[in-house]
Structures are given as C-alpha cells and as structure tokens.
Design a protein around this ligand. Structure first.
Ligand SMILES: C[S@@+](CC[C@H](N)C(=O)[O-])C[C@H]1O[C@@H](n2cnc3c(N)ncnc32)[C@H](O)[C@@H]1O
Length: 228
C-alpha cells in the first residue's frame, strides 16, 4: 500500500499489535491496571446494545481485527471493512471465514484519509476507537467523508474511550502523546485523547450531527449519530 500518511508510528503500532490487540477488551494489559474487569464489563455491555443500531449496507471504518463484526454482522446485508494494517486485516479475515460471511463482506486495505469513499452509499457506519487517535484536521476529514458517504437518515456509531475517574486514577492524560508498549517490549509514541460528554456535544455541534449517548461506561462509551 502506498503510504503518505503522517501517522506512520500509529500505523506500525497497530500492525505489530494485531495478534494481541483484542486483549484489552478482555481486561489484559502489558502494564498493571487496578481494575481490569471494567474493560471486560464495558465491552460486554456495548456488545449487547450494538446489534440493534447497525443495519443495511455498513462500513466499519478502521475496523482493526473486526472485534465488533461477529456482534453486528447478522443485521447487515453488506459490510465494507477498511483499515490500513495488513496484520489486523489478517485477523479480521479469520473472523470473516469463521462466520462464513465472505460473500457479503469486502475488506479494503487503505488509509481512510486517502481512500475515496463513495457518495450516499451506506446505511450505517461503525467507528471503533479511531477518533481518540485523531487530531482536529483528521476529525474534519473523517466527519466530512462520513457526511457524504452515508445515505440520507444513515446512522453511525462511535465506540471510544471515556475520560473518567478510573482513567484519571491510572495516571492518564486527557489528551497527548503517550508511550504504548507491546508484549515484546517494543515502544511507540501514540496520540490519544479521552472524551467526556461535553466533548461529544462539541463534536455534534461542530459537524452538525445529532449524537445520542447509548452507553457511558467507566472506560468505554458508545454514541449513535445521525446527520442533521
Ligand atoms: C484502536 S484500533 C480500533 C479497531 C476497531 N475499530 C475496534 O473498535 O476494535 C484503531 C485502528 O485504526 C486503524 N487506523 C488508524 N488510522 C487509520 C487510517 N488513517 N486509515 C486506516 N486505518 C487507520 C489502525 O490500523 C487500527 O487498526
């Protein structure tokens, strides 16, 4: 893949993290976490709510290993999954094969800021743990693309990281570049931000969305968006 992105380190991080990526959903980390069960709990609560919110032709933007795919796939007639990383997509392909849904899925390896999105094509979109890695100009680009690629009355779901007292207790910064390490000790500098409810209102106002908070946990949230 031709790669002109500024996000080389983020891209490499997720590519190398592919085999261990889903550990955090199960409360497993390379560093010690005071209450790892809260991750499992939030993931499981979101899994229960997610299927009723996805339908029709769906795009999973920065799909990663396709963690949410087995949860929502039955509700969709067609699913487009896009990510920049070869190795996360290899994990995702295993899920597609196991689910036997090759015919209704299309996997695209590409940078979402370079790949052209078709106009008014999708009934729904899933955006998991992407916006917390994006700076302002990238958010502009993502949401402008989303606006033109969703059908009228199309819905999008954002699942991402909550700025909570539990996260503060772990010594995290609300926003900034942090060190992330993999099991083999390889370290990366990764931009990450956490969201509070006013942040989501700011996003909704800026991009003219209606955003409904569906789930607000200790570490994860899920919000459903529609275009105004
Ligand atoms: C935290 S993971 C989220 C994976 C999945 N959506 C989930 O909810 O579990 C972030 C993903 O975004 C992908 N990503 C980040 N920036 C991207 C870009 N510009 N284009 C394509 N994929 C990108 C990474 O490769 C990684 O798989």
């Amino acid at each position: 893949m031709k790669n002109t992105s500024q996000n080389q380190e983020l891209f490499q991080y997720y590519n190398e993290r592919a085999p261990e990526y889903e550990d955090f959903y199960r409360g497993k980390f390379t560093t010690k976490i005071p209450d790892s069960a809260i991750y499992k709990n939030d993931a499981s609560n979101i899994q229960k709510l997610l299927p009723s919110l996805v339908s029709g032709k769906c795009i999973d933007i920065a799909c990663g290993t396709g963690f949410w795919l087995p949860i929502y796939e039955k509700k969709c007639s067609r699913i487009i999954l896009i990510d920049q990383s070869e190795d996360v997509l290899a994990e995702c392909a295993k899920k597609i094969e196991k689910l036997g849904i090759e015919k209704k899925t299309e996997v695209i390896r590409g940078d979402i800021f370079i790949t052209a999105f078709p106009q008014h094509e999708y009934d729904s979109a899933v955006i998991g743990f992407l916006i917390s890695h994006l700076r302002e100009n990238e958010l502009d680009s993502l949401f402008n693309n989303l606006k033109t690629s969703l059908k009228h009355k199309g819905k999008f779901l954002i699942i991402d990281s909550v700025w909570s007292k539990e996260i503060i207790a772990m010594g995290r910064e609300k926003e900034g570049v942090t060190k992330r390490s993999l099991k083999d000790g390889h370290e990366f500098n990764i931009y990450k931000r956490y969201f509070d409810k006013p942040d989501l209102r700011t996003l909704a106002d800026k991009y003219s969305f209606k955003l409904d908070i569906i789930y607000w946990g200790k570490v994860f949230f899920m919000t459903a968006g529609t275009l105004l």
